[in-house]
Design a protein around this ligand. Structure first.
Ligand SMILES: [Mg+2]
Ligand SMILES: [Zn+2]
Length: 235
């Protein structure tokens, strides 16, 4: 089986020979074929190293326009992480007042959507204010369309306690936030730190770096069946 690189599958690299593959769920390659044929999806197309050793491909690894071989990584769907919670100010944009989008915002959001079924906003900015900011970002093509209606977490108190995320266990949520003070100390492991964004910062690549970090932490997880129902934000 050969396929054009679908943008929504994570690219992974064989650490032995450097060959880049796409990590696909087993369901993509499981129909038909003998066991022997299935086996090859668990090995490097070129050197036969086991897929379990593969690492996320970096931005410079993939040959542009190449057709990539699909590979199945056994651990790829075992990640507990189902939800990415995103801070707004200093993380995705400068502030609710100045509203400068951080460089690479569109690709970051798209990349997050590729990793998990559910993205939520976890911000001190009110929902109505967030919605108008999000609509503007979508209109100006700094964010994909779905971002305008992304789930918004209602919360209170001094910390962004992940138990405020409805229908999710704490270990299922990763919080991307630039301010450590908001992190519940007992939930520190769920925190993915990002440097605060200060415009203009045209060469700011934090969102690229953090997307790679998320891919590593989530373990190439992609588009398994939804195990958490999508819920509406508070009315
Ligand atoms: Mg912030
Ligand atoms: Zn190899």
């Amino acid at each position: 089986m050969r396929m054009n690189t679908p943008s929504h599958y994570a690219e992974v690299r064989c650490p032995e020979c450097g060959w880049v593959h796409v990590s696909v769920p087993v369901t993509v390659v499981s129909d038909g074929g003998s066991q022997e044929q299935q086996e090859r999806y668990y090995r490097c197309f070129r050197c036969r190293a086991p897929s379990a050793t593969f690492v996320p491909a970096g931005p410079d690894d993939a040959p542009i326009g190449a057709t990539l071989q699909p590979v199945v990584i056994p651990s790829a769907h075992s990640s507990k992480v189902l939800v990415i919670a995103l801070d707004l100010e200093g993380t995705l944009i400068s502030s609710a007042v100045s509203q400068f989008p951080r460089p690479h915002l569109f690709d970051f959001l798209t990349g997050c959507q590729d990793l998990v079924q559910r993205i939520v906003m976890f911000t001190t900015v009110s929902e109505s204010r967030f919605r108008s900011i999000a609509e503007l970002l979508v209109r100006e093509r700094h964010a994909p369309t779905w971002f305008a209606s992304v789930e918004y977490v209602a919360w209170s108190g001094p910390r962004k306690d992940l138990s405020f995320v409805p229908l999710a266990k704490i270990e299922e949520v990763l919080l991307v936030d630039d301010v450590e003070l908001y992190v519940q100390p007992s939930q520190r492991e769920q925190w993915v730190p990002i440097q605060g964004f200060e415009p203009p910062g045209d060469d700011d690549v934090e969102l690229v770096r953090v997307l790679h970090e998320l891919r590593k932490r989530i373990g190439f997880n992609r588009n398994g069946p939804a195990t958490v129902p999508l819920v509406e934000g508070p009315a």
